[in-house]
Ligand binder design. Structure first.
Ligand SMILES: C[S@@+](CC[C@H](N)C(=O)[O-])C[C@H]1O[C@@H](n2cnc3c(N)ncnc32)[C@H](O)[C@@H]1O
Length: 328
């Protein structure tokens, strides 16, 4: 659900999963998804889905839109005097639509991802509603914040992962534990940068002046948004969906010249998307797609624990025909 470019699919396919259904309304994300997986997700608004029409599956996966809950999104909506969270007209429905699909399709497990602020938004009420909704559907719910830098990418990217098991098909007590670390090494930014940077990624003096002005304005307002010149021997900051023209969120210093942005290919590696996957959209779309995506290796690590639980707790008959299958 909310498939984007298929970060969940890559992570779960690495565990032997087979995708039986996916949905995504953005035409550019669907173009990338089609290039990578051979066919596009269903291209409709999720609100128009008939939950009964979704094929049977063991795991439902999705990263529902976060603009209504993220720190930046809430601050923007507040400044415009617009409602946020579940009251956000554009995105507030998303979780409830997922819940409708869960109620109809009854997947054995649900795996969701969102921004960390989801847990504290509206003094914790937003998270309470999500937990209670899933519990009322008969699911046992687990939640944790995982940081992608411990799952093989050089990026501090803290995200909430929600895992829920259908108690009627996965008898308890359910001993699910989130992984805190993935397999393999912990790369630094320098490990994913091109040896020969594309000169087109160097930002102009004008853009840099714009970044400096922006930073000064925000310093005055004390809200901490500035520009970030990164240390390439460390991990970098979270890549946002709106990686701006001036690249202010992640700028790489260069000797004697203006700093540069990440290239789209570097952005792919920054999120852990394999290099054999072609980038078939404009730079702006590519940055948006990677900035929105879930890190596949984190999904793989969490998914492995979900599958462990399903295998330990379910009878062979329950698993028969639906394992390992998924949506997302
Ligand atoms: C946070 S992104 C998920 C990214 C995905 N997990 C990935 O790895 O690429 C949310 C996605 O939901 C899609 N979306 C938002 N509202 C939608 C709707 N009403 N129907 C279908 N897709 C929607 C957006 O276009 C976006 O690609």
């Amino acid at each position: 659900m909310f498939a984007g470019i298929g970060g969940f699919r890559i992570g779960l396919e690495a565990l032997g999963g087979k995708c039986v259904y996916s949905v995504e309304c953005d035409k550019f994300s669907r173009r990338t998804y089609e290039e990578w997986f051979g066919s596009p997700p269903e291209g409709i608004d999720i609100r128009d889905i008939d939950p009964e029409s979704i094929p049977a599956h063991a795991i439902m996966a999705g990263g529902f839109p976060c603009q209504g809950f993220s720190l930046a999104g809430v601050s923007k909506k507040n400044s415009l005097g617009e409602p946020h969270g579940f009251d956000d007209k554009k995105h507030g429905y998303a979780f409830f639509k997922l819940a409708e699909v869960v109620a109809a399709a009854r997947p054995m497990a649900v795996l969701l991802e969102n921004v960390k602020n989801l847990l504290t938004h509206d003094k914790g009420n937003t998270w309470r509603v999500i937990r209670t909704t899933l519990e009322n559907l008969g699911y046992e719910v687990f939640v944790d914040v995982l940081d992608a830098q411990y799952f093989g990418v050089p990026q501090c990217r803290q995200r909430v992962f929600i895992v829920a098991f259908d108690k009627s098909r996965v008898p308890g007590p359910i001993d699910f534990c989130f992984p805190k670390f993935g397999a393999g090494s912990r790369p630094r930014l320098i490990d994913i940068l091109n040896a020969q940077p594309d000169p087109a990624m160097t930002i102009s003096e004008r853009a840099m002046r714009g970044n400096e002005k922006h930073a000064a304005r925000h310093k005055e307002n004390r809200n901490g948004f500035g520009y970030k010149l990164v240390d390439v021997h460390d991990v970098g900051p979270t890549m946002p969906a709106h990686y701006s023209k001036g690249g202010k969120e992640i700028l790489i210093p260069q000797e004697g010249i203006m700093p540069r942005k990440l290239s789209p290919r570097e952005a792919a590696r920054y999120l852990g998307f394999p290099s054999h996957l072609s980038i078939v959209v404009s730079n702006t779309q590519a940055y948006r797609q990677f900035g929105n995506a879930v890190v596949p290796a984190t999904v793989e690590a969490v998914g492995a624990e979900v599958i462990n639980v399903l295998e330990r707790h379910s009878t062979a008959a329950q698993l028969d025909g639906t394992m390992p299958r998924m949506t997302g």
